[in-house]
Design a protein around this ligand. Structure first.
Ligand code: SF4
Length: 367
């Protein structure tokens, strides 16, 4: 028997083709897409506009859901961290961050991560596997249903950031497929302009992203202004050094439309990458490549007992920021959210649960 089709990972057009293969008219496909993606129903039985015999047929040959919530942690600042589980028992973490003007959902693209950034707890899981498009989409649906109720309108829209567990550009095709599904106006209708995806520097995929018209915003995690230091913090730098990363960033910059910018993220590690000299080196680096349509997000490190780093002091973060600004680099400080529930950047490591993680891969890969 064929494995069940994961309908959350299909576009509206693909669902239409799928229902036609089982002898149903196209409009049934559109109803199913709307049930899943607009009304956010994760159970065929709730789709009361479908005839019972079709719902029963779908239950036999298709899946409307594949993730389950294992745990949910709520921070004192309102941030919620979800620990979900795939059908094959692997952890998936998603974070909801309430904000004044627009809420943000931070989703994962992989279970675990194969990269070994030394400041990140997720790295300690290794790669368990990449997530399917359906598993990426379902994280968003589960969070929206939990926060607002099944099918309820979100009060002021949703931003997405692909900055949870995993390196999104090592799961590029599934990522782009999921974003296209979520952009459909008959579904979640979260357009690419409201999505930011962060990479540790998978250079070939930055060039690929530059070619796409319907692409999300790009953030590149830099963490150091020199190869020597970046190699220690982000071993992926051995595969693609700062020069190749900057050339890709420059190419991406050329593809930006008027008014668009992209981001470098810079995790601030006390006494490691946060000195005045390093701020000057960073500004000089961006200047050498004439990167103008760029901003730098300074992210105070989120500590954990398993990691050897401390956060930069708030004073040093502000000094670093003002040195960048004095050299014409736009810089912002990202305030940490959900630290108390291990929901902040670099803290997602299935904290609170134990999984059989024996088959984890942890390597600097060849792409
Ligand atoms: S910072 Fe991102 S890319 Fe690096 S190990 Fe953590 S999850 Fe992976």
């Amino acid at each position: 028997m064929n494995p069940a089709v994961e309908l959350l990972g299909l576009t509206k057009e693909e669902i239409v083709s799928f229902v036609e293969t089982i002898g149903e008219p196209a409009y049934r496909g559109r109803q199913i897409f709307s049930g899943l993606q607009h009304r956010r129903l994760l159970d065929f039985d709730e789709m009361s506009d479908l005839p019972k015999n079709l719902r029963n047929r779908l239950k036999e040959i298709a899946k409307s859901s594949s993730l389950t919530i294992e745990n949910r942690y709520v921070s004192t600042d309102g941030t919620r961290r979800y620990l979900m589980k795939t059908h094959d028992n692997l952890p998936v973490e998603t974070v909801f961050i309430p904000e004044e003007r627009r809420d943000t959902i931070c989703f994962s693209s992989q279970s675990g991560c194969p990269l070994q950034c030394t400041f990140c707890l997720t790295a300690q899981l290794g790669l368990l596997r990449s997530l399917t498009p359906g598993e990426i989409v379902e994280q968003i649906i589960i969070v929206l249903n939990d926060v607002y109720g099944v099918g309820a309108e979100t009060p002021h829209g949703t931003n997405l950031v692909g900055m949870g567990a995993g390196e999104p550009f090592l799961n590029f095709d599934s990522l782009i497929a999921a974003l296209r599904i979520m952009a459909d106006e008959d579904g979640l209708f979260i357009v690419p302009n409201r999505v930011t995806v962060s990479t540790a520097g998978i250079v070939p995929r930055i060039y690929d992203l530059a070619q796409l018209d319907d692409r999300p915003h790009l953030a590149i995690s830099l963490a150091a202004p020199t190869d020597e230091l970046r190699q220690k913090l982000m071993p992926i730098n051995k595969r693609w050094d700062i020069d190749s990363l900057m050339r890709a960033a420059k190419e991406f910059e050329r593809s930006l439309k008027r008014g668009e910018r992209f981001t470098f993220e810079y995790v601030m590690l006390g006494g490691v990458n946060d000195t005045d000299e390093q701020a000057i080196e960073l500004a000089n680096l961006l200047g050498r490549y004439r990167l103008k349509k760029v901003k730098v997000n300074l992210i105070p490190h989120n500590g954990a007992e398993q990691l050897d780093y401390t956060a930069s002091t708030p004073e040093q973060v502000l000094r670093f920021k003002s040195i960048l600004e004095s050299r014409d680099v736009s810089a912002y400080v990202r305030s940490p959210r959900g630290r108390d529930i291990y929901a902040a950047c670099g803290q997602l490591a299935a904290k609170g649960e134990s999984y059989g993680l024996d088959n984890a891969e942890s390597a600097v890969l060849s792409v």
